[in-house]
Design a protein around this ligand. Sequence first.
Ligand SMILES: [Zn+2]
Length: 116
Amino acid sequence: MTKPEIKKLDTISAKVCKDRDNWECIYCGNGKETGNQVHWHHIVTRNNFQTRWCLDNLITVCASHHNLSPKSFHKDPEMFEWWVKTYPERYKKVWSLKGGSLKHQFEEVLKELEEA
Ligand SMILES: [Zn+2]
């Protein structure tokens, strides 16, 4: 995949993810209504192209729960455990994808996101 293709998929999947989560932190609910900015977070690192644009791997979080607070997805492993318990089906799907060896093709991923 080319850099512009990657960038395009990132932009689209971030928007689809935030729309799905109603532009609110999935952990505390802060977001659009409370005037908080929301971020886009990957459960499995974005370096993994198998799951980088998989909506099940993407979550919307406030800045605090993303990386600012000690209790954030980047600093506290318990946050990940919370996610697994809250979204067991997503966890199963993401973990079955992340070890895959085939790289996603741009067109294929784009289509998936546009249909989401
Ligand atoms: Zn939050």
